[in-house]
Design a protein around this ligand. Structure first.
Ligand code: PLP
Length: 360
């Protein structure tokens, strides 16, 4: 049964367009579960951005490049847009090249010296970005490695498309690190090229452009683009069944007894959608635990909070979520929803598998 992502289409598109127009050089990122929308839908949106009638003076590059996380994701986006495809995970000799995609559209990321020569040997003419490691310490060359890589590259048949920095999420606190990294780029004689960056604020991007006017700066953005206007997005589940239950009556996979009289509400959405157990509602300190027990609250009965909302309140799981459905416990006195009602779900978009995206 379905968990649906309802999208207020006009509002969402207005946000995408506005962010794209105020972010010169924007490179949309589509990876993983496609931020909840799916990779195919995001690729079509990138084409839509490219097709926009632009105000005078707007960035001509809009929608010209799409970044994906892995080589396995390339085939999901390639047929749905005309953009060049930057693969964020650094190339390794063991990656399987995507099938049926014009290799001239691919921009590879390189982060280790042996990979520079290996890629040059296998794919002469390939387009590459050299990644400089940041304080993230995930991938990339150190300062000396970048100088070696740049030298190797100049003697190879690879085509340099720039240098990449993947910065941590600490918004607005990157400038000193970026200056150090740019010093390494200049020392590697990688001048007059493109700097592909993540997680810089608009002010930091502007400062970078002013200080390093010989470089082209291209911000890679996923979350703030696709999920930047949460109000346009509404994850929903459906009420599938409602059963009255008495205190002490047994239910569920584990034959547990209802802690009180009320209703079992069966809703769509379970572990297959990425819906998991949340933290217990009660605080964990002994004192607050004792207070909860004294009140005889439902959390004292071991019930935990679910991400499903009924009448604006996050309801308790009657038992852990099933694969495609969840059983909630609604105490007596609450309004009982009808079978077929849509209810809101509070989920993380990047970890939820929606069955369907509904554009309103
Ligand atoms: C995921 C990713 C991004 C985009 O990150 P958001 O926080 O979703 O904007 C940019 N660069 C790299 C290398 C990434 O892996």
């Amino acid at each position: 049964m379905s968990v649906i992502l309802r999208v207020e289409g006009e509002r969402w598109r207005a946000h995408l367009r506005a962010l794209a127009l105020r972010t010169p050089g924007l490179v949309p990122v589509a990876k993983g579960n496609g931020y909840g929308f799916g990779l195919g839908m995001l690729a079509r949106r990138v084409q839509w951005l490219a097709d926009q009638v632009r105000p005078a003076g707007a960035d001509a590059r809009l929608g010209d490049t799409l970044a994906v996380g892995t080589y396995d994701e390339v085939s999901a986006v390639a047929p749905r847009c005309a953009a060049d495809l930057l693969v964020l995970t650094p190339w390794r000799p063991f990656v399987t090249p995507p099938d049926g995609v014009d290799p001239r559209r691919l921009i590879h990321t390189l982060g280790r010296l042996p990979d520079v020569s290996a890629l040059a040997e296998r794919h002469p003419g390939a387009r590459v970005v050299l990644e400089r490691a940041t304080s993230m310490r995930r991938h990339g060359f150190d300062a000396a490695g970048l100088r070696h890589a740049a030298r190797q590259l100049r003697q190879s048949k690879l085509r340099l498309e720039g240098v990449a920095f993947h910065l941590p999420l600490t918004a607005g606190a990157h400038l000193s690190e970026v200056h150090r990294l740019m010093t390494d780029v200049v020392a590697a004689e990688l001048t007059d090229t493109t700097i592909w960056v993540s997680h810089l604020s608009p002010d930091e991007l502007a400062a970078l452009r002013t200080t390093y006017a010989d470089f082209t700066v291209r911000p890679r953005i996923g979350t703030d683009l696709w999920l930047g206007d949460r109000g346009a997005l509404r994850p929903q589940a459906t009420v599938l069944d409602v059963h009255p239950i008495d205190r002490g009556e047994l239910f569920g996979y584990r034959g547990r007894a209802a802690p009180r009289a009320g209703h079992l509400v069966v809703v769509s959405g379970g572990t297959a959608h990425g819906i998991g157990l949340e933290a217990p509602t009660g605080e964990l300190s002994l004192k607050s635990r004792a207070a909860t027990l004294a009140r005889g609250g439902l959390d004292a009965a071991g019930l935990v909070r679910s991400p499903f909302l009924i009448d604006g309140k996050q309801r308790l799981f009657a038992e852990p979520p099933h694969m495609q459905a969840s059983m909630l416990f609604l105490p007596l006195g609450s309004r009982v929803p009808q079978v077929g009602d849509r209810i809101d779900v509070r989920v993380r978009f990047t970890t939820t598998t929606f069955d369907r995206v509904e554009l309103d």
